[in-house]
Design a protein around this ligand. Structure first.
Ligand code: FAD
Ligand code: SF4
Length: 471
């Protein structure tokens, strides 16, 4: 029977079913349920197989999307997983956390008129299902070399780098200061977006592939960086960005004011049983919570507070809704779970009581003004509109700035004017730093961004390392 080329008209786009929000509010578990085999086949078949697939170009790792959609449609899941793993180190993770509306699905030819193909959900389905059925990445053609590379950071960038190296016969040894791999996948992104078991399974699989992990080890503190430079053929830095951006207003350190990442990490540590002391947990149960910001981290904080039992959670953002930098999908999810949104409100100060404890945030209303240097419209304050938004707890989620290690200068690692490690993609060797033996990628090179862009840079840096080593 010939293929129905109008499948995209006859079959509507469907997203994977979500759990009811009343249940979601109670648990730290993924909210999307798996698609069925039939749904995946039908949705994959909506792909037009465009001659020049925009989705593939827009995807930072340039996945072979139409090809694995076609394999998924035919039920050839192992082949689909193998193909998917050729371009992406963590397809099942990207399928869960990529902002597809801005990337592959946003570029799908069907997007405007018919609804984009559900690329992300199918990408997740392929690898999840293949793993369950026993598939493992094919390493049978790998020819081992005698080279080994030290990788600092087991986040997406470090894992992307290790993936390409190990598939080319170079031994990657990955060091991380945390007790689990994943970087922000484990200790930042909450489990209602990405369950921790996904990364735990990856840990096993990566180890089977030949990656070695040295955890609980902070390079520069527990282990001198010089040891890595002396003991390995090259070093990759994938250490992320961890310096929280401040509001710069009064009383920012008042009791009741929290930074986003320590709040999220404390919650994950409790879930994983890694909490060092109960005092480290930040509990929003019963509190009126105000989260300042508009990105993915903000959405993660508001939704975590809801699950901890906060009855009243508000996100306040200084621009309008259309200007929010985070994923649209997560804003929708937060709303469904009961989060209030207040737009065009700029924080001026933390309001405190007579004991210095936060009782809210002094806000001013804004209007959208002229675009700034990056083309984003500036929020302009409306005179005389100052008022206090009351809260028992305030979480500041303004994003992150580079946090280069103090010892980088000792090894000739040069930073750019923003504090990011300088490692050009198109240098002599991709992502080589100013020290020829040291490469770098991910958030510490491009600034705080996305999982998929960090994976991409780690993989490209590994190609640079292979060229440098002559492998
Ligand atoms: P990281 O993931 O930060 O990993 C760096 C690793 O280096 C860490 O494990 C750290 O412990 C280790 N390290 C640092 N210094 C040392 C040292 N001296 N010795 C040993 N180890 C060290 N992106 C998305 O695409 N979708 C999302 O939904 C999303 N949500 C996010 C939510 C939150 C709360 C945050 C904070 C970020 C989110 N992001 C999201 C962004 C994404 O997580 C990052 O862009 C990505 O993880 C960067 O990868 P990386 O490998 O560069 O760094
Ligand atoms: Fe889309 Fe991200 Fe998968 Fe690329 S990696 S196809 S952008 S979900």
């Amino acid at each position: 029977m010939s293929k129905n080329v109008y499948q995209f008209v006859d079959v509507e786009r469907i997203d994977p079913p979500k759990k009811p929000s009343i249940l979601r509010r109670e648990e730290f578990a993924e909210i999307y349920q798996p698609m069925s085999e039939t749904q995946v086949a039908g949705q994959a078949d909506r792909c037009l197989d465009c001659g020049n697939p925009y989705c593939e170009w827009k995807c930072p790792v340039h996945n072979f999307i139409p090809q694995w959609l076609s394999l998924a449609n035919e039920g050839r899941i192992f082949e689909a997983a193998e193909l998917s793993s050729k371009t992406n180190t963590l397809p099942e993770v990207c399928g869960r956390v990529c902002p597809q509306d801005r990337l592959c699905e946003g570029a799908c030819t069907l997007n405007d008129d018919f609804g984009a193909v559900t690329i992300g959900s199918i990408e997740k389905y392929i690898t999840d299902t293949a793993f369950k059925q026993g598939w493992r990445p094919d390493m049978s053609n790998v020819v081992k070399t005698n080279k080994k590379v030290a990788i600092i950071g087991a986040g997406p960038a470090g894992l992307g780098c290790a993936d390409i190296l190990v598939r080319n016969g170079v031994k990657p040894v990955v060091f991380d200061k945390y007790e689990k791999i994943g970087g922000l996948l484990t200790f930042g992104i909450p489990s209602f977006k990405l369950e921790k078991e996904v990364i735990a399974l990856r840990h096993e699989i990566f180890a089977e592939m030949g990656m070695e992990f040295v955890l609980n080890t902070e390079v520069g503190r527990d282990l001198p960086f010089q040891d890595l430079l002396d003991g390995y053929d090259a070093v990759f830095l994938g250490m992320g960005t961890y310096k929280a951006m401040k509001g710069g207003f009064d009383n920012e350190k008042a009791p009741g004011v929290y930074e986003a990442l320590p709040y999220l990490i404390a919650n994950v540590n409790r879930q994983l049983g890694l909490e060092k002391s109960p005092d480290h947990f930040i509990d929003m149960k019963g509190k009126k919570v105000l989260v300042l910001g508009g990105g993915d981290t903000t959405m993660d904080c508001v939704r975590t507070a809801i699950r901890q039992g906060a009855p009243d959670v508000t996100c306040a953002y200084r621009r309008d809704e259309a200007s929010m930098p985070g994923s649209r999908r997560e804003v929708v999810n937060a709303r469904e779970e009961g989060v209030n949104f207040k737009f065009n409100l700029m924080p001026l100060d933390i309001a405190v009581d007579e004991n210095g404890k936060a009782i809210g945030v002094k806000m001013v209303k804004t209007e959208m003004g002229q675009p700034d240097a990056e083309g984003r419209r500036r929020p302009v304050m409306v005179e005389g509109s100052e008022h206090v938004l009351e809260a028992d707890a305030v979480i500041i989620a303004f994003g992150f700035q580079p946090s280069p290690a103090s010892w980088f200068g000792d090894y000739g690692i040069i930073l750019d004017e923003k504090g990011r490690v300088r490692a050009p993609k198109h240098g002599k060797f991709a992502f080589q730093t100013s020290n020829p033996k040291i490469f770098s990628g991910g958030d510490m090179v491009r600034g705080s961004d996305l999982v998929v862009t960090a994976i991409d840079e780690g993989r490209n840096a590994a190609e640079g390392i292979l060229d440098y080593l002559g492998v």
